[in-house]
Design a protein around this ligand. Structure first.
Ligand SMILES: CC(C)(COP(=O)(O)OP(=O)(O)OC[C@H]1O[C@@H](n2cnc3c(N)ncnc32)[C@H](O)[C@@H]1OP(=O)(O)O)[C@@H](O)C(=O)NCCC(=O)NCCS
Length: 189
């Protein structure tokens, strides 16, 4: 069962470890690994800065990854979604797909956003598949947009609007509920 929970003090260390995993780092556009101090400041901001929210992705009770929304104070009522499954054994088992649906429910439910968007490296098949399955639409293609380890990488821009999620969420949730990946609806429709 996949859940999102609020961050706790003890999550700082595991998030630092996951951020350094090669399979996570290869899809991140940041120039370098963050220092411990930069990581601590970022972790604090995830819990204290009203412009950001971060949740631990929990798989059968075990911390497995992170989902964040950035830019919540924008007057456009849109935010960028970022996520990763940091624990290698939890990848490829539906946790990412489930976490994303739970994240979109928070974004369009309690947080009242109008749009959620994401920038994904063009060869990140797992992320693109999961985001398309949740209803993200492709909005643009940015050539050589990111320099990663000295190489220029293409980026796909994705977005989903509140009214699109309203039409998709029941089906998206019930598929995950049937697969016993998520529990019953908390926020209702
Ligand atoms: C992207 C990510 C969050 C997806 O989470 P996940 O739990 O591994 O993915 P899921 O098991 O929910 O599967 C999602 C889809 O991707 C597919 N998939 C999973 N791993 C894949 C891989 N390595 N290559 C291709 N497709 C893959 C699944 O088959 C599934 O598609 P389907 O529903 O059509 O079967 C996770 O793989 C991850 O953390 N990757 C590294 C960091 C990252 O890329 N973050 C996103 C940055 S934008």
């Amino acid at each position: 069962m996949i859940e999102l929970r609020d961050l706790r003090d003890e999550d700082e260390a595991i998030l630092f470890q996951w951020r350094r995993e090669p399979e996570v780092d290869r899809w991140m556009s940041d120039a370098d690994f963050p220092s411990q101090a930069a990581h601590a400041a970022w972790f604090r901001s995830l819990r204290e800065d009203p412009d950001l929210r971060g949740w631990m992705i929990v798989s059968n009770g075990a911390p497995s990854g992170l989902l964040t929304l950035t830019g919540l104070l924008s007057h456009h009522r849109r935010a960028a979604l970022n996520w990763f499954i940091g624990s290698a054994e939890a990848r490829g088992r539906g946790a990412g797909r489930a976490a994303q649906v739970l994240g979109l429910d928070r974004a369009f439910g309690p947080l009242g956003l109008h749009k959620v968007f994401a920038e994904v490296m063009a060869d990140n098949d797992a992320a693109l598949k999961a985001q398309a399955a949740a209803g993200f639409r492709r909005e643009g293609y940015l050539r050589g947009h990111v320099l990663k380890d000295g190489a220029a990488r293409d980026v796909v821009m994705l977005g989903i609007l509140a009214q699109e999620w309203a039409l998709l969420r029941t089906e998206a949730r019930s598929a995950l509920e049937k697969a016993q990946l998520i529990g019953v609806d908390v926020y209702g429709s």
